[in-house]
Unconditional design. Structure first.
Length: 250
């Protein structure tokens, strides 16, 4: 099913590509013909992901909350391949879980917001810088159902992902006539290494809210992301797609 070459001749950047959802998306984009730049802060896992991509791929270890590093990364990719068609920003952290706001350190809150929200803004900003002149592009930012509903004990994560939802809506409308679409995905609980550090009680709370009574898979996330990134998704922008097993339907 995913052997079609929807991304032949295209160049894609995937953040958070060392593991989980980001790695699965990068691999699928590559299988469908894209040349993929894999970004992540974890250099060791990133190199393993690059080798596993089985295609022409480059990798770069960077901090998505640093504008200097992000801007340099985009310039490197465009210099290397001469174009940029797709950005999937899947990098993110959960931060403290099962932690009341009174006990939630401001430093932790800022770190979560810096990576999840500021990182989304910076990667989108510099993707647009290259895509708009080329009159084509697909940007997908990962939000979360926590940004829609709020997860108790996860103030930083919930607030940062709500910000990503607002960012998607604003940028989608701002660039609606540019042939660059900006959309988001709001996953529920997906089986990824990131969730391994989540407090078991919090994980149980989240899974209990899923009508399908199961967690999602990275394959399911990649399938949705790659459709949004394709030319087929030409009339959707500023929208946040649900991927929650029925937990959120608005």
């Amino acid at each position: 099913m995913d052997t079609v070459q929807r991304f032949a001749g295209q160049v894609a950047i995937v953040t958070g590509a060392a593991s989980g959802i980001g790695r699965q998306i990068a691999q699928r984009l590559a299988r469908e013909g894209a040349r993929v730049a894999l970004w992540d802060v974890n250099a060791e896992l990133l190199e393993a992901a690059r080798q596993a991509s089985q295609s022409e791929a480059i990798s770069r270890s960077l901090d998505v909350s640093s504008e200097q590093e992000v801007a340099g990364g985009f310039d490197e990719v465009v210099s290397h391949w001469g174009r940029l068609d797709v950005l999937v920003h899947a990098a993110g952290i959960v931060g403290p879980t099962n932690t009341n706001a009174i006990d939630y350190a401001v430093s932790d809150f800022r770190r979560v917001v810096d990576i999840n929200l500021t990182g989304s803004f910076l990667t989108a900003k510099h993707a647009l810088r290259h895509m708009v002149p080329g009159k084509y592009g697909r940007i997908v930012l990962f939000a979360s159902v926590a940004g829609k509903e709020g997860n108790p004990g996860m103030a930083g994560y919930s607030a940062s992902k709500a910000g990503v939802i607002g960012l998607v809506k604003a940028l989608g409308k701002e660039y609606a006539t540019s042939a660059v679409t900006v959309n988001g995905i709001a996953p529920g609980v997906i089986a990824t290494p990131m969730n391994q550090g989540t407090d078991p009680k919090m994980l149980e709370y989240m899974v209990a809210k899923i009508p399908m009574q199961r967690v999602g898979t990275t394959d399911e996330a990649a399938a949705l992301a790659c459709w949004i990134c394709s030319k087929e998704a030409s009339f959707s922008t500023g929208f946040v797609f649900d991927l929650s097993g029925g937990r959120v339907t608005y």
